[in-house]
Design a protein. Structure first.
Length: 276
């Protein structure tokens, strides 16, 4: 009987030690997890942000969605953008006057086929009329640009109140349609009708005034060959290329876009967004 009691005492002590050791390990893991921002320090794979902002482990998704675009974290310059974000031998394709139900999908198809991102300068009411196209532009990873409400190429001759209405109303229309916290990143005045006031107004609302270096004049429908030759001739002026997906019949623009991309790739150019 005494021997049995002693054996039970040894078993109890051993069990208590195991529980204590488990408690120490559990506490260590809890501390390590807390110190690593809620991550399991022993989990495999990189930590990826989940949709709720918390850590997730595992490989990154192969084709992440665009997600909300919070806009620039620093104040935006009111100077016209004539550079790409990465600089060097890179170009930025900018597509104006859409969205258009016929030509925007064709433009998007060319860009997707070539794995290229562009900036779409949208007319406010057109964005409001075709919300699905705005969302498709974003889903494909492109950026948005405010191109005014009425596309008035003489708006630089109008009052500041008029300019404010044209710039800010269009921004609101586009962002309301985009939803999800997406921000319009640029403002391009119709026909380049910027003023110091409109440039500063855009910058104060998170939009970099966007110029261009190569005006293809594709909206005049001069012929595909002439549009392509303009790009080849003027690309030395700078990297921001202006084309159109709205405002008229744009079959020449779509074909020229495809041919320009092929030529630019052959010349060793990379494709980027305009600098913010």
């Amino acid at each position: 009987m005494a021997r049995l009691t002693a054996q039970r005492r040894h078993i109890a002590i051993a069990a208590g030690g195991v529980l204590a050791l488990a408690g120490v390990i559990s506490g260590t893991v809890a501390v390590a997890t807390e110190d690593s921002g809620g991550r399991d320090p022993f989990a495999q794979g990189p930590v990826m942000p989940g949709p709720d902002g918390k850590g997730r482990t595992g490989a990154p998704p192969s084709s992440p969605g665009p997600g909300p675009d919070p806009g620039p974290s620093a104040p935006v310059s009111a100077e016209l953008a004539h550079e790409t974000e990465s600089g060097g031998k890179s170009v930025a394709l900018t597509i104006d006057d859409g969205p258009d139900p016929t030509w925007t999908p064709k433009t998007l198809a060319v860009l997707k086929q070539n794995g290229i991102k562009a900036t779409f300068c949208m007319i406010g009411p057109s964005a409001k009329a075709y919300p699905a196209l705005v969302k498709q532009v974003l889903a494909d990873g492109h950026r948005l640009c405010d191109h005014s409400v009425d596309h008035n190429t003489a708006m630089d001759k109008r009052s500041e109140d008029y300019q404010k209405q044209q710039v800010l109303d269009a921004q609101k229309m586009i962002e309301d349609v985009a939803g999800g916290g997406v921000k319009v990143r640029y403002y391009r005045a119709p026909g380049g009708a910027f003023t110091p006031y409109s440039r500063q107004l855009a910058a104060d609302h998170g939009m970099r005034p966007l110029g261009w270096s190569v005006d293809t004049h594709d909206w005049q429908r001069p012929g595909v060959e002439r549009i392509v030759e303009t790009v080849k001739r003027e690309i030395g002026n700078g990297p921001i290329i202006l084309l159109h997906d709205g405002g008229g019949e744009r079959s020449q623009s779509v074909e020229a876009l495809s041919r320009c991309i092929t030529w630019l790739k052959e010349q060793g150019y990379r494709f980027d967004f305009p600098k913010i």
